[in-house]
Design a protein around this ligand. Structure first.
Ligand SMILES: [Zn+2]
Length: 245
């Protein structure tokens, strides 16, 4: 049974109600619908809690995908009381954490606009995110990349999603910036995350959660540009102003 993933169209929804479908053999809770993002595409899954009818809470320590990316499994913290199949529960994610991840994730997209190179890896984190590019030394400084990032943030571009067909994606291979990870084929349609009026800044396939405008990313800077092999550079994004050298 497929869980309705509310975070795709409503990334700002931090509470809702759902029904427990069941508990799997590893103690993971399956719901009919959810606001908990499951770890995927470099973005960590949500934490939070389920609120039961008697007022007690079941803390959710992690959210992961199952056999397919459409299987969303809520993993309770150790020793938590388990809800029963058929039970109605309230859902609440740790919104402060998720919002930081949404800001950081959007910042990673902005970085890929400034550094238009194939992406070999990415990891979104609350404090320190990274994107790895397949590129020899660009000669760029963290000051220069930070300045360009903040221009995109301050322009307060809209961020939105749109769905395209596999055929449309195949006709526009430049949309795919990730070198190793291909968007899922066979799903029939691909979710594009677009930045700027009419996608003027960027569009690329992504299943994660993002802020609605680039201005919400807030102040960020490049903490480090690291050499990872001859042809790879790792850029680290952090919140706050660039520390004085
Ligand atoms: Zn994304």
């Amino acid at each position: 049974m497929r869980t309705e993933a509310l975070f795709r169209e409503q990334p700002y929804l931090s509470t809702t109600e759902a029904t427990v479908v069941g508990v799997n053999d590893r103690g993971g809770i399956i719901l009919d619908r959810t606001i908990f993002y499951a770890t995927s595409g470099g973005q960590p899954g949500d934490t939070g809690h389920l609120l039961r009818a008697d007022g007690s809470r079941t803390a959710i320590a992690a959210t992961v995908t199952g056999e397919s990316k459409d299987d969303i499994i809520h993993l309770p913290a150790a020793g938590e009381a388990m809800p029963q199949a058929g039970e109605a529960v309230g859902l609440a994610i740790d919104w402060e954490r998720r919002y930081r991840l949404m800001r950081m994730h959007t910042a990673c997209h902005l970085l890929s606009v400034i550094c238009p190179f194939p992406i070999t890896g990415a990891s979104v984190d609350e404090q320190d995110s990274r994107v790895d590019f397949d590129v020899p030394d660009s000669g760029w400084t963290k000051e220069e990349v930070t300045r360009k990032l903040m221009e995109l943030v301050q322009a307060d571009h809209p961020v939105f999603t749109r769905w395209i067909s596999e055929e449309e994606l195949a006709a526009n291979p430049a949309l795919v910036k990730s070198k190793n990870v291909r968007p899922p084929a066979g799903a029939g349609r691909i979710r594009l995350v677009c930045i700027g009026e009419n996608s003027s800044v960027d569009s690329q396939p992504c299943g994660g959660t993002h802020v609605a405008r680039t201005g919400e990313v807030g102040e960020i800077h490049i903490g480090k540009i690291e050499k990872k092999g001859r042809e790879n550079r790792r850029f680290r994004i952090r919140f706050g102003p660039l520390p004085a050298a």
